[in-house]
Design a protein around this ligand. Structure first.
Ligand code: BEZ
Length: 345
């Protein structure tokens, strides 16, 4: 495994009084499926896993995760964890376009590149944070390397392979839409797209004019050719670690995430809609024994009863930790199963 390059960047983010700038270091390592680039922020914390992120199609680690990780409320988390942000091959800033005929790795092969990253960094365990295709890659990695994954935050995951109906719809859309419009349809709801907000215009512009649009199309094709993750509740193929599933209201993948929730171990899985993402993340980490409760000043403890009554659709569902911002007091994931936290704002 040869190191290809290392770049050091000092992050330009507003500093709090007494804070020193964090150094971000970009590395590339060679893997059996080609080289992969990742950027490390912060320093390893003894006896703590690294947070490892994997971005969605059409984005890179910065466009996908900067808004979350630079959000003020995330500071308590980032002070406590080293972060490894992986760029899928060809998605890193300044990536050259792959030559014609280049065989882009499948999502399973992208997952198989992760051990090379961890070995290079000498990190033994991670908490994975993935969005869309990245959530799939991290889930696949967790299935094959369960002992190295302490927790997963999966945003907009679709664990199923495309069925023939999806393929037909995909082919039809492909006749009338450009790749960039198809990817926008994956990232945003129809409602958001027709609203054409500044944010949508920004992403439309970034993707349509990306110098590596051909590479993006290859990642998109791998995503569309994904295999079924075949999760089965109570079966052998399931995620063993605590999982926080997140889906946006009317997000294109809402049904897929709901179905995924029904297939995972309810005592290990929390399910929420965003709005309180950073607070939920803090509780998720606290539940794993990694955050002091003093960080959660605006939150108050409650008993599971309030949660189970909010999600009593069926036996399984009522035992899972289903979280929604739409309830008056959005319940949040907590540590030991049997307890939950409630937002009192
Ligand atoms: C981080 O602090 O982990 C981070 C900073 C910029 C972009 C993405 C992540």
């Amino acid at each position: 495994m040869a190191e290809l390059q290392e770049v050091q960047i000092t992050e330009e983010k507003p500093l709090l009084p007494g804070q020193t700038p964090e150094v971000a270091k970009t590395h590339s390592v060679e893997t059996p499926y080609g080289s992969v680039t990742f950027t490390v922020y912060g320093t390893p914390k003894p006896k703590r896993p690294a947070i490892l992120t994997y971005h969605d199609v059409g984005l890179n680690y910065k466009s996908c995760f900067q808004p979350l990780f630079q959000f003020g409320d995330m500071q308590e988390i980032i002070q406590n964890f080293v972060r490894v942000h992986v760029d899928a091959p060809g998605m890193e800033e300044g990536a050259p376009v792959f030559p014609l005929g280049y065989q882009y790795p499948s999502l399973d092969q992208l997952a198989d590149m992760i051990p090379c990253i961890l070995q290079y960094l000498n990190f033994s365990t991670i908490i994975g944070v993935g969005v869309g295709a990245g959530a799939y890659v991290l889930s696949r990695y967790a299935l094959t390397h369960p002992d190295t994954v302490e927790g997963l935050v999966l945003i907009n995951i679709d664990p199923n392979a495309k069925g023939w109906m999806d393929w037909a719809a995909h082919k039809l859309t492909g006749l009338t839409s450009s790749i960039s419009e198809m990817i926008l349809g994956h990232l945003f709801s129809q409602e958001e797209l027709s609203g054409n907000s500044e944010l949508i215009q920004k992403y439309r512009n970034i993707i349509a004019h990306a110098p590596n649009l051909d590479n993006i199309e290859l990642y998109w094709n791998s995503y569309n050719n994904r295999r079924d993750l075949n999760f089965e509740r109570g079966g052998d193929i399931t995620l063993k670690c605590p999982v926080m599933l997140v889906v946006g209201d009317q997000a294109p993948h809402e049904d897929a995430v709901v179905e995924c929730n029904s297939k995972l171990d309810p005592t290990q899985t929390s399910f929420l809609k965003p709005g309180k993402l950073t607070e939920a993340f803090k509780y998720f980490l606290q539940g794993m024994g990694y955050m002091a409760s003093s960080c959660m000043t605006r939150l108050s403890r409650s008993r599971t009863a309030s949660l189970t009554s909010a999600a009593s659709v069926d036996g399984n569902r009522s035992r899972s930790r289903t979280l929604s911002q739409s309830s008056e007091s959005g319940t949040l994931p907590s540590g030991p199963p049997g307890h939950t936290m409630e937002v009192s704002c």
